[in-house]
Design a protein around this ligand. Structure first.
Ligand SMILES: Nc1ncnc2c1ncn2[C@@H]1O[C@H](COP(=O)(O)OP(=O)(O)OP(=O)(O)O)[C@@H](O)[C@H]1O
Ligand SMILES: [Mg+2]
Length: 294
């Protein structure tokens, strides 16, 4: 990585807020004063992150990120590989707790409640803020059982009729019901990749989440399956808040209302998706969205 002299560093830091100076994208910058450009706050946040830092041992992977996530919005997290998108996403339902060397500081609230507080039980938290992974990962069970599993362990149904209803409703919301209604007892792993991903989304919906986290949910899918998931994301937004990590700029532009651009662990810029893609204010954002970097 190329370094730059100190006068240029202070120029970048000052510039970061109002009038970004164009600098080489490989420049190494002092991040101590780095302020995110754009609107980190929203009027009616579902989740709020303040001064979030994440460390893997000595590796400081996320630097002082503050960001609100609004109700019924799709927010896209974009940025070059290794910039911390997945790490940040995992903070939102405490999935980083499962990584021994990982330490998270700062405050993250869900509906004004601190999710890192000692009194929070992570099992219901991960039902409220639920994750869909990059690679569809159905359980080695029937289609029915894949969806029924969560509601059963969370005690969401009082009897078989109620459980059946949750399964059917979740599959309908995930846009999969018509394709699987005659084969509910067949293995989930026997579905196509796109169907498996919708099954995983149905499994997530079945536990009644408020926020759905998606980490590159379409990267293993073909364009037709991807288009179905994107349509679905748009419908799900009516009821849920969705945070999606994607490497596809087109996808971020198609599905999200807000976009957050990460670079080397910093949240560089956040704002209305249309503005980020047509009129980015930071040189790093511009370089990334125009394909000059990443
Ligand atoms: N489980 C882990 N243990 C140690 N370090 C990790 C772990 N996961 C991520 N990191 C480090 O944290 C930083 C951010 O990684 P992260 O996976 O969040 O990036 P990303 O933006 O999701 O990248 P990609 O687009 O490739 O998925 C990287 O330096 C990475 O090496
Ligand atoms: Mg990732």
């Amino acid at each position: 990585m190329e370094t730059i002299d100190e006068s240029e560093v202070s120029e970048i830091n000052d510039a970061g807020v109002t009038d970004p100076v164009k600098v080489g994208h490989t420049a190494m910058v002092d991040r101590d004063n780095r302020t995110t450009i754009g609107e980190i706050l929203v009027d009616n946040p579902r989740m709020s992150c303040r001064d979030v830092n994440v460390y893997y041992g000595d590796n400081h992977a996320i630097h002082d990120v503050s960001l609100d996530i609004g109700r019924n919005e799709v927010i896209a997290m974009i940025g070059p590989s290794g910039c911390g998108k997945s790490t940040f996403l995992r903070c939102l339902n405490r999935m980083n707790d499962t990584i021994d060397i990982c330490k998270v500081t700062g405050t993250i609230t869900l509906d004004d409640e601190d999710i890192n507080s000692k009194k929070i039980d992570v099992v219901p938290l991960r039902a409220q803020v639920s994750m869909v992974f990059q690679k569809p990962n159905p359980f080695p069970k029937s289609i029915y059982e894949n969806v029924a599993f969560g509601p059963r362990i969370h005690g969401l149904a009082n009897n078989k009729t109620e459980l059946d209803e949750i399964v059917v409703t979740s599959l309908k919301k995930a846009g999969l019901w018509d394709e699987v209604k005659d084969r509910m007892d067949q293995p989930g792993t026997g579905l196509s990749g796109g169907q498996q991903q919708r099954l995983c989304i149905a499994r997530t919906i079945a536990v009644g989440p408020e926020v759905i986290l998606m980490d590159e949910p379409c990267s293993a899918l073909d364009p037709i399956a991807t288009a179905k998931i994107e349509d679905l994301i748009d419908e799900l937004r009516q009821q849920y808040t969705i945070c999606i990590v994607t490497h596809s700029m087109q996808q971020a532009a198609r599905v999200s209302q807000r976009t957050a651009y990460f670079h080397l662990g910093d949240l560089i810029e956040v704002g209305d998706t249309n503005t980020i893609f047509t009129n980015p204010r930071h040189k790093l954002t511009e370089d990334y969205i125009t394909g000059r970097f990443g």
